[in-house]
Design a protein around this ligand. Structure first.
Ligand code: PLP
Length: 387
């Protein structure tokens, strides 16, 4: 039977993610619009995003945080282009985005001393292989496989290289071991439900030192430049953006941060996301037809939860039929207006991906579960009829 109760908010996309509970366009009323972002008000708003983010994320006082162009990709590539080449590089990759950063190192930067440690969807590479005399690049939460780094214990405290971490679908939902991370990047449209376009880059004192003492051999476009003549461009870390930001997005980012503060700060945000994963685990084990793509529970993402269909009938289908079935579940639910954008990422194995970050209400997930069971039954029974 078709369920009757629908989630209040059907937005379960893994980016842009659901707006915070209670959000409306009114939240943007205070935006500094039609004014220069370099004027006092504009600059103050940008600096406020930096300061509130640092406080909410409990970042060490000696770390710098800047707002940069081109979302998370802009932030991580800016770090790679600015910092790499000084020593050997290790890249750990286990899904689409990590593989993109590995390809950047290999094909674009053409690093000579490069080691890439890869694992397939659902798995995680062996971090013990990291050599901390080298720079190490990795993604904290693999958004397209739902596999996260379980802890930072493998990152050496006495490392000589830099640890460079793409944490876009992790920050604000997973605790970050800041002292183990030299570069951390993210964007606004993930856990805090902000708008896309802008990137954030956090730098440890060691990363700043590298910027001030090393000049890469390749050309650096203006939007990647964080230092000039051996000195950090410190304005970037005080709200003097490299180029023009959207002040509407800035206002929205501030709204999200203020909501996060009221939702119990970092602890509260992490707890909201973890409660969502717990609810999904309870449902999946009862449902019996679905499980997690992440092979071990400690690597199971609590934001981009990737699910695979484990039912024996489905497992016996061809890869093409499996993909069709999973897509049908997503499209049935979209048509019913109960879940938007929950299909697996295009390069990932067939399945579903449901965002469970802090802006998602557990009650909305709970309303979604009966619909997932219903859609699954529709797919399975219509296929049995056709056969
Ligand atoms: C882990 C990861 N890295 C990078 C990106 C690209 O982010 P953006 O579109 O903000 O550049 C994404 C987007 O989903 C992501 O999940």
């Amino acid at each position: 039977m078709k369920p009757t109760v629908k989630p209040k908010n059907p937005c379960f996309s893994s980016g842009p993610c659901a707006k915070r509970p209670g959000w409306s366009l009114d939240a943007l009323k205070g935006a500094v619009l039609g004014r220069s972002h370099r004027g006092k008000q504009g600059k103050n708003a940008l600096a406020e995003v930096i300061e509130r983010s640092k406080a909410l994320l409990e970042m060490p006082k000696d770390y710098l945080l800047g707002i940069v162009p081109a979302s998370d990709t802009g932030a991580i590539e800016m770090a790679m282009w600015s910092l790499l080449g000084e020593r050997g590089v290790d890249v750990f990759a286990w899904e689409s985005f990590g593989s993109t950063w590995a390809a950047d190192c290999k094909k674009q930067l053409k690093l000579k001393d490069l080691r890439v440690f890869e694992a397939g969807y659902g798995k995680i590479p062996d971090f013990k292989q990291a050599d901390w005399s080298r720079d190490v690049i990795f993604t904290w939460n693999g958004t397209t496989s739902g596999v996260k780094v379980p802890s930072g214990d493998w990152i050496a405290d006495d490392r000589q290289g830099l640890s460079i971490c793409d944490a876009t679908s992790a920050v604000f939902a997973m605790p970050m071991p800041w002292g183990k991370l030299d570069v951390v990047t993210w964007s606004w449209q993930k856990v805090m439900g902000g708008e896309g376009a802008h990137g954030m880059i956090a730098l440890s004192p060691r990363a700043v030192k590298r910027l001030e003492t090393y000049t890469p051999a390749w050309p650096l476009p203006k939007i990647f430049q964080m230092s000039k003549g051996g000195k950090l461009i410190d304005g970037i870390f005080k709200g003097e953006t490299i180029n023009t930001p959207s002040m509407l997005c800035v206002e929205d980012a501030l709204d999200g941060l203020k909501w996060g503060e009221k939702a119990g700060g970092l602890k509260g945000l992490v707890a909201r996301s973890q409660a969502n994963l717990k609810a999904m685990e309870a449902w999946a084990s009862k449902a019996g037809w679905i499980g997690f793509l992440a092979e071990t529970p400690e690597t199971r993402s609590n934001t981009s939860v990737c699910l695979k269909i484990t039912d024996p009938w489905y497992a016996g289908l061809s890869a093409e039929e499996q993909e069709k079935g999973a897509k049908k579940i997503a499209s049935l639910l979209e048509a019913e207006g109960v879940a938007f954008d929950i299909g697996a990422y295009r390069d990932a194995p067939a399945g579903l991906r449901i965002w469970a970050g802090a802006t998602v209400e557990t009650s909305d997930l709970e309303a979604l579960f009966p619909w997932l069971d219903w859609a699954w039954n529709e797919v399975k029974s219509s296929s049995a009829k056709a056969a």
